[in-house]
Design a protein around this ligand. Structure first.
Ligand code: FAD
Length: 470
């Protein structure tokens, strides 16, 4: 058993919440150690989440474009083929490069990195089961729990990561399944469904609720669903998976309307279970030391990210809020700023959400339904990408920008975009919300021409006046 001298901060978990908190803590002059059991840094996001999924989304998009769009741009290619191992190698290269990069950042910022599984044995003491064998005790004034989340399964469904896969298995399928059934129409299911759909799978998405991605603005959501349907993705909404039988060569799913009724059978080669994620706190010793959790298993924290036990904090997927990497990062930064005696704050009203399908869907702030429910009088400005010159030059003009502004003050309340590069375009709106801008502020801001961003300017113009190009 090794003993380490006292740190100011020990961070358990090296995902976007944990590694960012660790780097920031060290930058603020705190002696910092980060414990990670995976063997690589970057957490879910870099290893089996955001990064590999975006790599496959890009590769599969290129294949699809080469097959279906190049010719119309006058680019002739011969027989376009898929090489799955090469596609996976490209994805793995991106992941390996980025996770190694964080190790480099740790060295540069003098964060100690301990590879192993951490358990809080008492206030101020973490026992690490080292990956290389043996244990190590870390002492710290402050302990930050950044252990993230894990895949949620469904009752009666056993994930084998071969025929019945989680997102992790869906990121590494050895071949294109002929029929892929996705359980859960959240962003992860739609992204992975898009990947394999572009590569040739027949994709059916089964969803218990009556809509896909319920957090989206309803108008954007229904055009999004239509767009995905045009891409041949099938939807079975208001449908419940009663049982899954993987004993034969394929998988048989028994379905039933959510509200009960006649059962039907759906066949698949691979089933992706993407019905949500649950906070991960296993093996941390939280029960033993009495850390309070809510009914969803999330840590209860105060405005300083502190749990009910002084000196023990929580950030990222393991606490309430959207389970997103950038939210975890913001939590991490604010938490350690507060630890260092500085002001630290996260504006949860301006956390953007992006679905990286094609076109992308991105949003920030309130949906029209939320604004309506709050009884706020509002104005809506919309601009379709069909009327945006850049979108037309790249022949990628599906979708629209929708801006919701307060009718009296013109303050921007919410921005919802479906379209090419929506995930990049949204940040002008995030900044607008953060600065409390009016839609006129956006509309009077000079935007480069021809750019997709002009669609945001025009939608802003349309909230209080008239768009020029539509
Ligand atoms: P995590 O990233 O889960 O990291 C926690 C780490 O803690 C893990 O590495 C784990 O090994 C480690 N750990 C746990 N217990 C211990 C212990 N006792 N000791 C030591 N280490 C421990 N979010 C986005 O914002 N954009 C996206 O595009 C996006 N795409 C996604 C796609 C998929 C397929 C998935 C699954 C998720 C995606 N997410 C995306 C969500 C994102 O990955 C998470 O919100 C984010 O990783 C949460 O960060 P975190 O630091 O809280 O936890």
């Amino acid at each position: 058993t090794e003993h380490d001298d006292q740190s100011d901060v020990v961070v358990i978990g090296g995902g976007p919440g944990g590694y960012v908190a660790a780097i920031k803590a060290a930058q603020l002059g705190l002696k910092t150690t980060c414990v990670e059991k995976r063997g690589t840094l970057g957490g879910t996001c870099l290893n089996v989440g955001c990064i590999p999924s975006k790599a496959l989304l890009h590769s599969s998009h290129m294949f699809h474009e080469a097959k279906h769009s190049f010719a119309s741009h006058g680019v002739k290619v011969g027989g376009v083929e898929i090489d799955i191992p090469a596609m996976m190698a490209q994805k793995n290269k991106a992941v390996a490069g980025l996770t190694k990069g964080i190790e480099g950042l740790f060295k540069k910022n003098k964060v100690s990195y301990v590879k192993g599984s951490g358990k809080i044995v008492s206030q101020g003491e973490v026992l690490v089961d080292l990956l290389e064998g043996g244990t190590k005790t870390l002492k710290a004034k402050n302990i930050i729990i950044a252990t993230g989340s894990a895949v949620k399964s469904l009752p009666g469904i056993t994930i084998d990561e071969k025929k019945i896969v989680s997102s992790t298995g869906a990121l590494s399928l050895p071949e294109v399944p002929k029929k892929l059934v996705v359980i859960g129409a959240g962003y992860i299911g739609l992204e992975m469904g898009s990947v394999w759909g572009r590569l040739g799978s027949e994709v059916t998405v089964v969803e218990f609720a009556d809509t896909i991605v319920p957090s989206l603005d309803a108008e954007i959501r229904s055009s999004f669903q239509r767009t995905l349907e045009k891409q041949k993705m099938k939807f079975k909404l208001k449908t419940k998976v009663v049982s899954v039988d993987a004993s034969g060569p394929g998988v048989k799913l028994t379905l039933e309307p959510s509200t009960g009724g006649e059962q039907t059978v759906l066949e698949a080669d691979v089933v992706l279970v993407s019905a949500g994620r649950i906070p991960y706190t296993e093996g941390l010793g939280l029960k033993e030391i009495g850390v309070k959790m809510d009914k969803f298993g999330r840590l209860e924290v105060d405005k300083h990210f502190q749990t009910n036990i002084p000196g023990i904090y929580g950030i990222g997927d393991v606490i309430p809020g959207p389970m997103l990497a950038h939210k975890a990062e913001e939590d991490g930064i604010a938490c350690v700023e507060l630890l260092a005696g500085k002001p630290g704050h996260v504006n949860y009203d301006t956390v953007p959400g992006v679905v990286y399908t094609h076109p992308e869907v991105a949003s920030v702030g309130k949906t029209e339904e939320q604004v309506k429910a709050l009884g706020i009088s509002y104005a809506v400005g919309k601009f379709p990408f069909m009327a945006n010159s850049r979108a037309r030059t790249i022949d990628d003009a599906e979708g629209l920008v929708k801006i919701i502004a307060d009718k009296e003050t013109d303050k921007v309340l919410g921005v919802h975009i479906m379209g090419p590069n929506a995930g990049e375009l949204i940040h002008e709106a995030v900044l607008a919300l953060e600065y409390g801008a009016s839609s006129e502020d956006i509309a009077r801001t000079c935007h480069g021409h021809p750019t997709l961003s002009e669609a945001v300017k025009e939608a802003a113009l349309a909230t209080h006046s008239k768009a020029i190009h539509f």
